[in-house]
Design a protein around this ligand. Structure first.
Ligand SMILES: Nc1ncnc2c1ncn2[C@@H]1O[C@H](COP(=O)(O)OP(=O)(O)OP(=O)(O)O)[C@@H](O)[C@H]1O
Length: 634
């Protein structure tokens, strides 16, 4: 009996061995012939099936079929005792070839195969994991692409939708408390504010994104669109604070109430008032100063010139000032480079002279006596039509000149000026040239504009320091406005105008930095004032050389600081791009071993990546050279 049981046990063992050996050998050819690379088999099979029935079968196919047949012929239950290296789980059905193009279908077919063959080496398992990860990554990328296309479609092909979304998200977290009509009016000697206009038709057509947020009455956030070296988009949020910030819903009346209106009484009390509109071409200077446009028509009543005129006549009839018997007159001229033209006398050329008392006179300037608002509006209209217009890329009707409209008060028939309100629509503040296409004339205009804006900033700074040296001879503009920057009673208001679109963000940032600097200087200088006694104006003004020299030094200092800023920015960019480059290069390198790898696409990606990093580094090298040269020439 024992012997019989022993014989049966031996038989069972031998039967197991008998079945295990052929199963093992049947898998071996697949390792070389394709089971290590299941996609290759699928692709070959697909190619064959797409070519039609081929009379000759490849060795792989023959092996595959042979092994399948062998596996199918195994006359045992579906499960065979486990081997540590080749886990066994055999399905009687053969694998169905699937398209290699879709990661999903590939995954599906592999899933089926997995259930048929569980004999896998460690290497085979690793390969499968790599392939699975790659499939998942590709699927994820495809999903993201699909979502992006869907959004792009919804956004009607808006190329900036990602920035738009990021800005919307940022805005969702802001607590908006914009300026209201009943907010308090500050009575500073120098007021600096910013006005943001709405996106115009042209910007809307280009689907530009509004990159300016005005959360409160005195704050502004610029969302600067940026892009990393790996093309990831992001926005850099820069914060500014001014006396007031007017958002795109504010009209001219509101802007006037907080800017020029508080200055009107100054001229009735023996002071000088100035109001500047500063900003890029097309940012809304003329709209603010001259009046709102309806098509080509301008409503002069709604501009700051017209609104000041209305208040001047109101105050003239006020019992407090009526007895002073003021006469009101107005003049309108423009400064184009070093030339001055009378806008009320067919643009007659005027000369600027300094008299013995160092009073600056615009010789021959037309000054019309006005007795009612309508007279003033007529003069504004006449002068506005005469203004110099040139051609720039940003605004085909761009003003390349400073327009100066003045309302002057004199007592009775006296020649003595009691008060003067100067309202200045400055030329566009674009740097020296608009772009590479600008001609020599445009570049000269740009350089003159820059020089005068620089001098203007210095003069406002001097006003803030009460009695400090006034570099008014730095430009024609500051020369003719000399008396506006002296005297305790003088007050100034600067309205910086910005365009909200992403295309204008660089110019808008320049405008904001300029305005910020005017305000910052006031704050710093008022502190300096406590230590330094004011210098005698007379003594300083005699030295004309100092003016020019000072301006040149300031210009150089500004140029150096701008170069340094650019150097730091490019440095930051290089560092950031190197980090991104490293990540992307590793990714490319690691994925190069993966299954189904496309050599051409991989090489192209690598080439683009290298090109990009080299370009960034070349740009940074240019900036570094420029800064070194500037420092060496000091
Ligand atoms: N706040 C605003 N609301 C509506 N439209 C505006 C606003 N500001 C400006 N615009 C429009 O934008 C366009 C350009 O404005 P504007 O001519 O005032 O610019 P600018 O800064 O004076 O340019 P330039 O320096 O070339 O004279 C005009 O059509 C104007 O109507």
């Amino acid at each position: 009996m024992v012997i019989l049981i022993f014989v049966i046990w031996i038989c069972v063992l031998m039967r197991d061995m008998f079945f295990r050996i052929p199963t093992f050998f049947s898998l071996t050819p697949h390792k070389d012939g394709g089971k290590m690379f299941p996609y290759l088999i699928e692709e070959r099979e697909n190619k064959k099936s797409s070519r039609g029935a081929s009379p000759r079968k490849s060795s792989t196919e023959r092996n595959e079929n042979r092994s399948t047949a062998r596996l199918q012929s195994i006359p045992v239950s579906k499960s065979i005792p486990h081997s540590p290296t080749y886990p066994i789980s055999v399905s009687p059905t053969s694998p169905t070839p699937s398209s290699p193009t879709s990661p999903d279908t590939r995954r599906g077919s592999r899933g089926k195969r997995d259930s048929q063959f569980d004999y896998k080496s460690d290497a085979a398992k690793k390969v499968e994991i790599i392939a699975k990860n790659r499939d998942e990554r590709r699927q994820k990328q495809a999903d993201e692409r699909a979502i992006r296309h869907q959004i792009l479609h919804l956004e009607q092909n808006n190329p900036y939708w990602e920035f738009s979304q990021m800005i919307d998200e940022y805005r969702a977290g802001l607590d908006f408390r914009p300026l209201r009509d009943n907010d308090a009016v500050v009575e500073n000697q120098i007021v600096v504010c910013v006005r943001k206009r709405p996106l115009n038709e042209r910007e809307n057509r280009r689907r530009e994104v509004d990159v300016m947020s005005v959360p409160t009455r005195n704050q502004l956030v610029v969302h600067e669109p940026k892009q990393k070296v790996d093309l990831t988009k992001y926005v850099e949020n820069q914060h500014f604070r001014f006396d007031y910030v007017f958002d795109d819903t504010c009209n001219n009346d509101l802007v006037y109430k907080f800017t020029a209106k508080p200055l009107v009484k100054t001229i009735f009390e023996g002071g000088m008032a100035t109001c500047f509109a500063y900003g890029q071409t097309g940012s809304g200077k003329t709209h603010t100063m001259g009046g709102e446009f309806k098509g080509k028509q301008q409503n002069f009543k709604s501009g700051i010139y017209g609104l000041v005129a209305q208040d001047v006549f109101k105050l003239l009839n006020n019992s407090k000032y009526a007895r002073m018997n003021f006469t009101v007159s107005a003049s309108f001229f423009e400064i184009y480079g070093k030339l001055v033209f009378d806008l009320l006398a067919k643009k007659q050329r005027l000369r600027v002279l300094e008299d013995g008392k160092q009073q600056v006179q615009v010789v021959g300037l037309t000054e019309r006596i006005v007795t009612k608002v309508e007279h003033v509006l007529d003069l504004i209209q006449k002068g506005s039509l005469e203004r110099t217009s040139g051609q720039t890329s940003a605004n085909s009707n761009s003003s390349r000149s400073h327009a100066v409209f003045q309302i002057i008060l004199r007592k009775g028939g006296s020649k003595q000026v009691e008060g003067k309100f100067s309202l200045i629509d400055l030329a566009g503040n674009e740097r020296g040239a608009d772009n590479g296409k600008s001609n020599r004339q445009t570049r000269i205009e740009g350089a003159d504009i820059n020089k005068s804006l620089l001098a203007l900033k210095e003069c406002i700074r001097a006003l803030g320091r009460r009695g400090a040296h006034l570099p008014f001879r730095g430009s024609k503009l500051t020369q003719v406005l000399r008396d506006s920057f002296i005297g305790e009673k003088s007050r100034t208001c600067m309205i910086a105008l910005i365009s909200p679109g992403n295309f204008s963000v660089d110019h808008s940032l320049n405008t904001l930095r300029y305005a910020d600097r005017v305000k910052e200087l006031i704050a710093n200088d008022s502190m300096e004032m406590d230590d330094d006694p004011p210098l005698a104006i007379q003594e300083e003004e005699e030295n004309t050389e100092v003016d020019e020299e000072m301006l040149r030094a300031e210009e150089k200092r500004l140029q150096l600081s701008s170069l340094e800023w650019e150097l730091r920015e490019s440095q930051r960019h290089v560092i950031q791009s190197c980090v991104n480059f490293h990540d992307m290069a590793c990714d490319l390198y690691n994925n190069a071993d993966a299954n189904g790898f496309d050599r051409l696409s991989d090489a192209e990606q690598w080439r683009n990546l290298l090109k990009e990093i080299v370009d960034i580094q070349k740009g940074a090298l240019i900036k570094a050279n420029e800064f070194c040269l500037a420092l060496e020439s000091e």
